[in-house]
Design a protein around this ligand. Sequence first.
Ligand SMILES: [Ca+2]
Ligand SMILES: [Ca+2]
Length: 265
Amino acid sequence: MRSLVILLLFLVGLAGDRAQAAVIIGSPSFSYFDDFTGFDGDADPANWVTTDVSNTSGWRGTGTGSSTTGGKYSFGDTGSGATFDGSLGFLPSETRSINADIRFQNATGNLITQFTVSYDAEHWRSTLDGRNNGWAVSYSIDGGTFAALNDLAYVAANTNSTGINPDDGPWETVSLSQTVTGLSIGNGSEIVIRFFGDNGSGSDARQGVAIDNFSFHSTAVPEPGSALILLSLVCTPAMRWLRTSKWISPNPVRHSPCCSAVPTR
Ligand SMILES: [Ca+2]
Ligand SMILES: [Ca+2]
C-alpha cells in the first residue's frame, strides 16, 4: 500500500512538471500556429510551459507595457479592437529570466527530417539607455541537450523613449524564421522549442518583450525500413503478375519477337 502511495505521488509530481501535453504531429506535412488571441496572461497559455530560470516570475495579466512591475504578461493593444491581441510577454526585473517551452510529438509513424519555426518578436515596454534583453531560442530532441536557433534570436533596442509607444502597439515587431534540416526524429519522439527570456546586462531597467504569431511546420518521410517493406509489398505481387503475363516471358531468348534472329538454344 505504501509503495502504491509513493508511486501515485511520483506520477502526480511528473504531471505537475509537464502540465501541458505535447502538441501531436499527426500528418507528414504538419503546421501549428498560435497568435495568443484573447490570452489573459493569468497562467501559462495553452500548450506552453514557462519556468523560472532565475528569480520568480509570476503572471501579471494583460498589459501594454505601461507597468514597471517585472513578470510575465500578455502584451497587446487593448484599444485596438473587441478581441484582445495577446502575446507571450516578459518584463525582466530583479534578475528575472524565464524559459517558455512548447513540445511537439511525432505521431506520424514516419521520420521527421526538418522543421521550421517562425514568430514575431515584439518590443512593448521600452527603457531608454536600458538593458539589451530579448529572446534566445533553441530546440531539443532528447529533452536535455538544446541547440541554438540563432536566426530566431532577438534583442530589443534601448534607444527608444522610456515607456509605451505613444502611437499604440509595440515599438517594433520583427518577424523571424529558421528551418532545421537533416533531422531523423522517430515516431514517438518529441521536439522541444525553447524561448529564453534573459535579464540583459548592466544596471539599468529592462525592455518588455513578447512572442507573437508563433508557427511550427514539420515534414516527415517514411522510415527507410518501412519504405523497403512497402516496396516489397507492392513489387512482389506486381512481379508475380508480370511473370504470368505476356509482358515477361519465362524464356525471352526463345520467344521474344525481338530476338527472333537469335538462334534458339
Ligand atoms: Ca497576438
Ligand atoms: Ca501582437
